[in-house]
Design a protein around this ligand. Structure first.
Ligand code: NAP
Length: 291
């Protein structure tokens, strides 16, 4: 039930129609008993500044920001949290005095998702496939938690080098080793924690993995694919066939939203039983959206 006191949040994106966030955020509001509503806004590139200023003028508590506005929005914020600044992208705005503060909950969402799966990257030798926006959040997370080394493989090697330079500067050491994905055989023989952050294998192109060679997967003890449609990607099938543990990106998606909800409603914590229900809701919705 909406009232004059209802806290209003929303998401700005383009397109926005496919977003699962309104469903989940309104579900958390219902389950946590907060007078809160969350609505989708389709915003064109040239209207991002007006959207942010308008949201502030309308007394909105916060916003999610997603593709293609995650970088552009940073110009219109009162301040930006340290993690978001380092990653160079913002996906959550929180109302503060005089404007919005920007956060990036993707990295924190990933960290919480893998921690709950018992995956601890500290002192680990890692492989990271991809050098796009999601890879940046993964690489930053690995630097922050003290991974030992990260072999960064990308189709466009120049992009891999740029990302490696950025992260190595932040880490203050030569943590990330950039490579062309075609050179995957040059990775030293060891057992790796691998993150798959390319869009290869995502629905509807489910019959592809970024590396199509069983031998490569023998070097992996745990494989985390950031993709969540399908639930089991071809990358994950290769990892499992090599006898290793595999997980998808569903919980990262789930937790980045929960962390945002808790930033807007700092007085509450989303409890485990609500998270479980939300996970099932999200799975069902993703399945329905594919059929
Ligand atoms: P992006 O910035 O567009 O980056 C795409 C990446 O995929 C680049 O590294 C690109 O390589 C690589 N790639 C694309 N097509 C390829 C191909 N045919 N062969 C080899 N590499 C290819 O996208 P993004 O935002 O990083 O998202 C990447 C994936 O992560 C998506 O599937 C997205 O759904 C997922 N994701 C999940 C979450 C979550 O919460 N679980 C959050 C964010 C993203 P080049 O640089 O060579 O083009």
């Amino acid at each position: 039930m909406l009232s004059g006191k209802t806290k209003v949040c929303g998401i700005i994106a383009n397109p926005v129609e496919h977003s699962m966030s309104p469903l989940l955020q309104n579900f958390y509001a219902e389950k946590t008993g907060i007078d809160f509503v969350y609505v989708p806004f389709k915003v064109e590139d040239e209207a991002v500044e007006a959207a942010v200023k308008g949201a502030y003028a309308l007394n909105m508590v916060g916003m999610n920001v997603t593709i293609p506005h995650k970088q552009q929005v940073m110009k219109y914020l009162k301040s930006v949290d340290g993690d978001a600044k380092a990653i160079g992208a913002v996906n959550t705005l929180v109302r503060i005095e005089g404007g919005f503060k920007g956060y990036n909950t993707d990295a924190a969402g990933l960290l919480r998702a893998i921690a709950e799966a018992g995956i601890v990257p500290r002192d680990e030798s890692c492989i990271l496939l991809g050098a796009g926006g999601a890879a940046k959040a993964v690489a930053y997370t690995l630097a922050k938690v003290g991974a030992k080394e990260v072999y960064l493989l990308n189709r466009n090697e120049i992009k891999a080098r740029h990302l490696a330079d950025d992260i190595n500067r932040l880490a203050g050491r030569k943590l990330v080793i950039p490579m062309s994905i075609l050179d995957y055989k040059k990775i030293p023989d060891k057992s790796y924690l691998a993150f798959q952050s390319t869009s290869v294998g995502m629905h509807p192109d489910v019959d592809f993995a970024p590396v199509e060679d069983e031998e490569f997967y023998e070097k992996i003890h745990t494989g985390v694919d950031l993709i969540y449609t399908p639930m089991e990607t071809k990358f994950m099938k290769y990892v499992t066939a090599a006898g290793a543990k595999a997980m998808n990106g569903l919980d990262m998606l789930l937790y980045q939203g929960i962390i945002a909800y808790e930033l807007w409603n700092p007085e509450i914590t989303v409890e485990e039983d609500v998270i479980k229900e939300a996970r099932e809701l999200l799975k069902k919705q993703l399945e329905e959206s594919r059929t």
